[in-house]
Design a protein around this ligand. Structure first.
Ligand code: GDP
Length: 366
């Protein structure tokens, strides 16, 4: 499964956020395949569509899809030079698909900041620089392998790669992350091979205090983070890690009451999960019936047989066709019978590109 790594300077609230995640962990009974390691938290992806299907189908079982966070503690200045456990941290980040970068946006004289003052953009730049420097090493190593080949022969591949590397190098040297470099489709494919740290999608988690999070827009720290993120091709989520930790120890009903009292439609963690899911290009299709209503994760662009394979490899191998309707039609018409009557049930074949929110029923040979 895809995973988002949680990084940040010391004392910004990473452990507090990660505690909130592990306390909200899914029930192992529903997810027998989730081998849960101590630094990994698997959470449900909140989905109002499932809630609505449950209202309509009254299933025996309800299963949300899940998303994984990995705690990557301790990245510090100098990591790219191997300082502290630097290289270890960088290689842990390399294994992630997206980065949740926690920054401190709260004042508290009792909690020291490693750089003494509160300045989230400076904090962001400290860590981003380590990632960029590590990438620069990767790029330079690659250049030393490819450069001669690209000059001495008619090797088209080497020439194309060298052209890309000579764009990447000055970009990184200027302190810019790889993700902000404009690339052609072919270049984007090539660059994937390097698994650059600064090409991973980033969500900045602006960690605020309880009061600040009620109105993040008026928090000057948050304003600076959003302005930075806009240039950086990144996303921002404002939350209060401490509050999330408290929320995560409540049951669903208590949590709903708590949020309602504060006038918040959703918890910060739920917003973070949904955003992380989206920046990774993940989508959800649904299966619905009296036995079970369930959400399944697929990658945008996947076709029907591959989505069938998400449920079971046999479904993919023996795929015949899929019966599909859009969640919105069920929401409006409220029964499969009404959907058929309205001509909204479609039969789709093996080339059908599944859409987010499709309710699928697969027909297959065993
Ligand atoms: P880490 O080093 O990044 O993992 O940071 P921790 O999660 O251990 O948090 C450092 C300190 O900041 C702890 O004492 C937390 O209780 C405190 N803290 C975390 N989030 C908040 C917050 O939103 N508001 C305030 N006032 N303190 C917080």
């Amino acid at each position: 499964p895809l995973t988002a790594g949680i990084v940040g300077l010391p004392n910004v609230g990473k452990s507090t956020l990660f505690n909130a995640i592990t306390k909200s962990q899914v029930e192992a009974a529903n997810y027998p395949f989730a081998t849960i390691q101590p630094n990994v938290g698997v959470v449900e992806v909140p989905d109002h569509r499932i809630d609505r299907l449950v209202e309509l189908f009254h299933p025996k079982k309800t299963i949300y899809t899940t998303f994984e966070f990995t705690d990557i503690a301790g990245l510090v200045k100098g990591a790219s030079k191997g300082e502290g456990l630097g290289n270890q941290f960088l290689s842990n980040i390399r294994l992630t698909d997206a980065i949740c970068h926690v920054v401190r946006c709260f004042d508290d004289p009792n909690i020291t900041h490693v750089e003494n003052t509160i300045d989230p953009v400076r904090d962001i730049e400290i860590i981003n620089l380590e990632l960029i420097l590590a990438d620069l090493q990767t790029v330079e190593n690659r250049i030393s392998k490819v450069e001669r080949k690209s000059k001495s022969t008619a090797d088209k591949e080497a020439k194309a790669e060298m052209a890309l590397l000579s764009k990447l190098k000055p970009h990184l040297e200027a302190g810019e992350p790889a993700r902000s470099l404009q690339l052609s489709e072919e270049e984007a494919l090539l660059v994937k091979n390097y698994n650059l740290l600064s090409s991973k999608p980033v969500i900045y988690v602006a960690n605020m205090d309880e009061e600040g999070v009620m109105d993040p827009e008026s928090n000057p720290y948050y304003q600076k983070v959003t302005a930075f993120a806009a240039k950086d091709h990144s996303e921002v989520v404002a939350l209060c890690a401490k509050m999330e930790e408290e929320l995560s120890s409540l049951d669903a009903e208590e949590k709903a009451v708590f949020l309602e009292e504060l006038g918040l439609p959703q918890s910060g963690l739920d917003r973070l999960i949904q955003k992380a899911y989206r920046v990774l290009g993940l989508c959800t299709f649904l299966t619905a019936g009296e036995d079970e209503c369930r959400a399944w994760t697929f990658k945008a662009g996947m076709k029907a047989p591959d989505c069938a394979g998400v449920i079971h490899t046999d479904f993919k191998r023996g795929f015949i066709r899929a019966e599909v309707y859009a969640f919105e039609d069920m929401d409006a018409l409220e029964s499969e019978h009404a959907i058929k009557e309205a001509g909204k049930l479609r039969l789709e074949g093996k080339d059908y590109v599944v859409q987010d929110g499709d309710v699928m029923h697969f027909r297959f040979n065993v």
